[in-house]
Design a protein. Structure first.
Length: 315
């Protein structure tokens, strides 16, 4: 028995979701797979946190399980030994918690909110309390979601299912060397400390672009969605300048320019600084023009589909 969880793409709302804004996050058709191995030790600090979260829970129905740990295969979310920025840590947390709960007698299909609670707890602990949880939520529930994180204990996270594919055409591409998400979050935290007004303004701009993206996504309006992507890229670039952080790197600048020439728009997916980017186009012809020209700019195309199933047991 194994349990698998999908990787993710942030389509809109990066950084703003950390302060109560809404992000649009998609599950993709590349998966992390977890097996429970009796007698094994945790292979990473994140896997150790998933063990701690499950063993410390007092949820009814969770029975003790034998000493051991999940064995994780996350190779589908990397290429050439380098991570692609497709949410491998969130998928690992979801898959590891899922296989541990299966081992403890829990039916995953009946307990997805509980799985999310533990996986998010473990993931945040491994990242020093940082992160929105949107990547973990889509790893558990799958599909494409609009996600808002609670800002107080009296609130609950909002997870709204969306259509499995965006309007128009989506192209995913590699945008340079892997980047460290936690380091990016720390840089934005430092901006908040030294200039809270500017920090709030930048996150507000990103959040407004994300809300425009969400409306266009729901209304199936490619032109409005492309404009929202263009605004989002500009807002992320401004945040990077203010935080002394390379969010929109030269490869992403080149991708945005090329997408514009092909009647579309491009932006970072996630924290930026490398990893992957997403480009949106009004029709297949425009998207194909981008695909043909992007490799010449050292922007390899990734073959990915959105709307993948969430956490699941694989017999």
């Amino acid at each position: 028995m194994s349990v698998s969880a999908p990787g993710k793409l942030f389509l809109a709302g990066e950084y703003a979701v950390l302060s109560g804004g809404t992000a649009v996050v998609a599950a993709i058709d590349r998966r992390v797979v977890a097996h429970f191995v009796p007698g094994a030790k945790p292979s990473t600090p994140l896997v150790a946190e998933t063990l701690r979260a499950v063993r410390d829970t007092n949820h009814a129905g969770v029975r003790p399980f034998a000493d051991g740990a999940p064995e994780i295969d996350s190779s589908a979310l990397s290429e050439g030994g380098l991570k692609l920025g497709l949410g491998s840590s969130a998928a690992v947390a979801a898959a590891a918690v899922g296989v541990l709960l299966e081992e403890a007698g829990i039916d995953l299909a009946e307990e997805l909110p509980f799985v999310l609670k533990l996986a998010d707890l473990a993931h945040r602990a491994a990242q020093g309390g940082r992160g929105s949880g949107g990547d973990v939520a889509v790893a558990v529930f799958g599909g494409v979601i609009a996600y808002s994180r609670r800002t107080s204990e009296s609130q609950v996270n909002v997870i709204q299912p969306l259509a499995p594919t965006p309007p128009g055409e989506l192209v995913v591409f590699r945008a340079g060397a892997p980047s460290a998400t936690v380091e990016h979050l720390r840089a934005v935290e430092r901006l908040a400390e030294r200039d809270p007004v500017r920090h709030a303004a930048r996150l507000r701009e990103i959040g407004e672009a994300a809300e425009q993206f969400l409306r266009a996504y729901q209304d199936r309006q490619p032109a409005a969605l492309i404009e929202a992507v263009r605004q989002s890229c500009g807002a992320l670039e401004a945040l990077g300048r203010d935080a002394d952080l390379p969010i929109v790197t030269p490869p992403l600048v080149a991708a945005a320019a090329l997408a514009g020439e092909c009647r579309g728009a491009a932006k970072p997916s996630g924290a930026g600084g490398g990893d992957v980017g997403v480009a949106f186009f009004p029709d297949p012809e425009s998207a194909e023009a981008f695909r043909m020209r992007a490799p010449k700019l050292d922007l390899p195309i990734l073959s990915l589909k959105t709307g993948a199933r969430g956490l699941a047991r694989d017999d």
